[in-house]
Design a protein around this ligand. Structure first.
Ligand SMILES: Cc1cc2nc3c(=O)[nH]c(=O)nc-3n(C[C@H](O)[C@H](O)[C@H](O)COP(=O)(O)O)c2cc1C
Length: 340
């Protein structure tokens, strides 16, 4: 199988005449295109008659950067939103029950097709954005994102139970950039962090269907092959801090996605909010990438909250804007994420 095949999924393949199980199985082709921390794809699905269960795959957790599986649960939430979006596109209302079994914390959701219901124009646009959306780590153009779209992104986060705080003014962006660069220095000084990151960085020639290929960081062949060794061996926190500061301050918008609580349920909601925000942005050609350092480093998280003056819990920090086209990253196939 070619690595890009996951992204070439054709709607024609939808088994119109098939049963619920066959349909749900097909829809998982869209769920697996969701973003995830270090492209770990920490999800598993189990088809069970007319429903599909979403499980957290904690063996794919990142013990250093995400010891509580917070980002892991957010990633699963994003996959859940992608699945819901695909359900809507193919004409089903979708029925979702989150954390259906208190005895089984890894079971994050149960999803059924639900009744037939035609998708709205907005839902169709979100669906069409799925194969177009990629994290964009390149510098963004010096071009404002329209206020109308920013308002829609805030509404998108709200609809899924989160909030989105936007910073467009130079002073707030500067303060947030300070926290990002401090986070870079703290993280890179920790060799366990560097080892965990290096283990998920791959050369551009790798056949691996998870982890992040060098090209996603803008690396050429040689740098992509040497990158993991360099990251693992040297503390380049200073250089990373300078680069991220420039990217953050040069982006038209920094966006903090947050929730009122900091529980597995709010992480799953944050993931669905992330999915909706990223796809909504993509419908208008706006890309995003992540600068989560001040949320991942525990002592910086309350400082970020103070800078933006919000109650609740920052979950993700994004920069948004118009960037050059970037390539998709690999995904595992549906077969690989199904449990029998
Ligand atoms: C919860 C979460 C946390 C992430 N954190 C980072 C991050 O700190 N730095 C980064 O460059 N990308 C981060 N990403 C982006 C992933 O690396 C990216 O989604 C993954 O490699 C798949 O690529 P794609 O988004 O282009 O499909 C994060 C994504 C998610 C969902």
């Amino acid at each position: 199988m070619h690595l890009d095949d996951s992204w070439n999924i054709s709607e024609e393949g939808f088994p119109v005449q098939g049963g619920a199980e066959e349909k749900l199985r097909f829809l998982l082709n869209y769920a697996v295109l969701a973003p995830s921390g270090h492209n770990t794809q920490p999800w598993l699905f189990r088809l069970n008659g007319d429903e599909v269960e979403l499980y957290a795959d904690r063996t794919r957790g990142l013990a250093v950067v995400d010891p509580e599986d917070r980002a892991l649960t957010i990633s699963c939430g994003a996959a859940l939103f992608y699945l819901r979006t695909a359900l809507r596109h193919f004409g089903y209302a979708g029925e979702v029950e989150t954390f259906p079994d208190p005895e089984e914390p890894d079971l994050l959701a149960r999803v059924r097709l639900g009744r037939e219901q035609e998708a709205t124009e907005e839902e169709q646009r979100l669906f069409r954005a799925i194969p177009e959306r990629h994290s964009n780590r390149q510098a963004f153009e010096d071009r404002q994102v329209p206020g109308r779209l920013l308002f829609a992104l805030q509404a998108a986060a709200w609809e899924e139970g989160g909030w989105l705080h936007l910073a467009e003014d130079a002073e707030t962006k500067h303060k947030i950039a300070d926290l990002i660069s401090e986070g870079d220095r703290i993280q890179h000084a920790d060799k366990r962090f560097r080892r965990e990151l290096a283990a998920r960085m791959h050369s551009n020639r790798s056949r691996s269907r998870d982890g992040v290929p060098g090209y996603a960081f803008g690396f050429g062949e040689i740098m992509s092959a040497a990158g993991p060794l360099v990251v693992r061996t040297f503390d380049m926190g200073g250089g990373q801090a300078a680069k991220d500061r420039q990217l953050a301050e040069g982006s038209p918008v920094l966006a903090v996605l947050g929730t009122e609580d900091d529980t597995p349920a709010s992480w799953l909601a944050a993931g669905q909010a992330l999915g909706r925000v990223l796809l909504r942005a993509q419908t208008e050609g706006v890309s995003a990438s992540f600068l989560n350092q001040p949320i991942e480093v525990p002592e910086l998280r309350p400082q970020l909250r103070d800078v933006i003056g919000r109650t609740g819990f920052p979950q993700l920090l994004l920069r948004m804007g118009y960037g050059p086209e970037v390539r998709p990253t690999p995904r595992r196939t549906v077969k690989e994420v199904l449990i029998n």
